[in-house]
Design a protein. Structure first.
Length: 591
């Protein structure tokens, strides 16, 4: 192992000489405690190294050893239900070894080397295989079937394959490659985090990712394999939105990356997920979740690595054919880590001190999302959806991280502090949020939910936009100046806001809503609107329209259990027709 010597220490950044044998992004071991670091810059024989741990006690003259390889993650059985730090050290295993406070320099493998996994082959001796082919599987837990794949760069004929219980390092198969060499395969792969895993082709994302959040699913949907940003000021509910997506998203695997946020928020996730039941599987949410925790009190350099660690783990599960969501909370803290390291490297700063390459780094993260045809002879399809929270200082989305993110992602869920203060959650502002997937997903919604789904969505947005315009008039001259039709529009908009968009994450019947129920809830509101317009034309009283009993039932319909809403929907539609019909007849019109 080649070595150099430290000549300068500046917080998490150290400079070492005698490193001419090293390469960019090589992992190194620093000092007597062998702290983990990564080379960021090479100048002659001097290397600038970011250290992923506290550098107190490190000084000039200390030895730096190169490992000869880039920062990589271990991929194999045992990742599900595990919480890692930013460089894929298992925190539970560290706590068992050294207690609740992480000791500097602690080295522990990401995957348990002692645990035995039952490997079942899916190919036989003599079978021809190529990169990405599934040669067997391990039942990791009751939810996840962990597929063992032929690693990148290996193809040939299976010379030997075993069934039985093995640890992740044991040889389970031998492949005679096309050039005559033999490759021994274990259940574990290693992959450099800064390099995207290969796939055959990217396909257009055209299936929505169901989140159970009505404002997202109906108004601003995201496709499986899509990208989204959730910017918002402090206290607007970014983390709760991220948690809701992690809990209820219609995906097989969730990789939750807590990079730079407060430790108590990560603790909330760890407490909640084992108790919450996944509506798709009936098991706890942890059974399909991998967590990467690099909270605000952890070393700044590891914050940058944590995002790459998370997306690489997500790509590995995508390659098995699963739909995966990677949720990063928040990319602003990651960008701040980039800014700090860039400043210490004395690079020319860009806008607001962020490095000039901020946009390209963000793009490198989001571009690894997508709907793909995986490597392998079976051409299996899979998706990786990337959702990043953005925490702009003071809620100002004109700052560089927000603007760079908006140029990359296709969905913008803009959180609004005024909605949060009004206790309207999720506090996603329907006037400035958007989804560029709506046209691509229209066919799926019309075919699978209802042929009028997109038409109803358009009508909902139109009513909310009209309400915004009418509010300007109301502020100037009061609501009494509006015509009965405009008063009705204001009332229907209020119903959409309070009875549809507003959602309580802590009430079981309201935290998660299926597409079918979302469509029915809006259908009831628009049925009320349609009948009320007829009643106003017939001369019915506007006040009486607003007081009908069915109006209250519409408001309570979102709390109806999923299994009963169809029956309740039919009852309410009949009540609306009967009650408003009687008002029309009383006014001398025809119902």
């Amino acid at each position: 192992m080649d070595t150099g010597r430290i000549i300068k220490v500046a917080g998490p950044l150290i400079t070492a000489s005698g490193m001419q044998h090293a390469d960019m992004y090589d992992v190194v071991r620093v000092g007597k405690q062998k702290l983990i670091g990564e080379i960021l810059e090479m100048r002659g024989d001097q290397a600038s190294i970011q250290v992923y741990e506290e550098t107190a006690g490190i000084g000039p003259g200390d030895v730096v050893e190169t490992t000869g390889g880039p920062l990589s993650v271990e991929l194999g059985p045992g990742m599900i239900e595990t919480i890692y730090d930013g460089i894929q050290r298992p925190l539970e295993a560290i706590r068992a070894m050294v207690g609740p406070l992480i000791t500097r320099g602690v080295q522990i493998p990401a995957l348990d080397r002692e645990k035995l996994w039952k490997f079942e082959p899916l190919v036989e001796k003599g079978a021809k295989v190529e990169t990405g082919d599934i040669i067997g599987h391990v039942k990791e837990n009751i939810v996840v079937d962990h597929k063992i794949m032929v690693p990148n760069g290996v193809s040939g004929v299976v010379e030997d394959i075993k069934a039985g219980e093995f640890n992740v390092e044991a040889i389970i198969a031998t492949i005679k490659k096309d050039n005559g060499e033999k490759a021994d395969l274990s259940m574990m792969q290693r992959w450099p985090v800064r390099v995207g895993r290969p796939y055959k082709t990217k396909t257009p994302p055209n299936v929505p990712m169901m989140t159970g959040q009505r404002v997202i699913d109906t108004l601003f949907p995201i496709a499986k394999g899509g990208t989204a940003a959730v910017p918002g000021p402090f206290g607007s509910g970014k983390t709760v939105v991220q948690h809701q997506l992690a809990k209820w998203a219609d995906v097989d695997i969730v990789v939750y990356v807590g990079c730079g946020e407060r430790g108590n928020e990560m603790t909330d996730v760890l407490r909640e997920f084992p108790e919450l039941i996944d509506p798709r599987t009936g098991e706890t949410l942890m059974k399909r979740t991998v967590m990467v925790a690099n909270t605000s009190d952890m070393p700044v350099a590891a914050r940058e690595a944590s995002v790459y660690t998370g997306i690489t783990i997500a790509e590995y599960f995508r390659d098995m054919g699963y739909s995966v969501a990677v949720i990063a909370d928040s990319t602003s803290r990651w960008a701040e880590a980039l800014r700090e390291m860039s400043g210490r490297l004395e690079e020319m700063p860009g806008e607001e001190g962020y490095p000039a390459y901020l946009t390209s780094r963000l793009a490198q993260f989001y571009e690894r999302a997508g709907s793909v045809v995986c490597m392998g002879s079976d051409n299996r399809e899979a998706s990786l959806t990337a959702i990043g929270a953005v925490s702009p200082p003071g809620g100002d989305i004109s700052e560089p991280v927000s603007q760079a993110t908006l140029r990359i992602v296709k969905v913008f869920w803009g959180l609004d502090a005024s909605l949060a203060y009004a206790r309207h959650f999720p506090a996603i502002n329907w006037l400035n949020s958007y989804s560029l997937y709506d046209a691509r997903l229209a066919e799926w919604f019309n075919n699978n939910i209802d042929k009028n789904f997109m038409k109803q969505r358009g009508a909902t947005l139109a009513v909310l936009q009209k309400e915004s315009e009418l509010n300007e008039i109301v502020r100037l001259v009061g609501i009494d100046s509006l015509s009965p039709q405009d008063r009705l529009t204001m009332e229907v908009a209020r119903m959409i806001r309070e009875d549809f968009l507003q959602q309580n994450a802590f009430v079981d019947t309201d935290a998660y809503t299926t597409f079918g129920k979302q469509y029915r809830l809006l259908e009831m509101i628009f049925k009320y609107n349609e009948m009320s317009e007829k009643a106003l034309e017939a001369g019915a009283s506007m006040e009486e329209l607003f007081k009908i009993p069915a109006r209250d039932r519409i408001g309570r319909a979102k709390d109806v259990d999923q299994a009963e809403y169809e029956k309740v929907y039919e009852e309410i539609i009949k009540e609306i027709e009967a009650q408003i019909g009687s008002l029309i007849e009383a006014a001398g019109g025809e119902a």
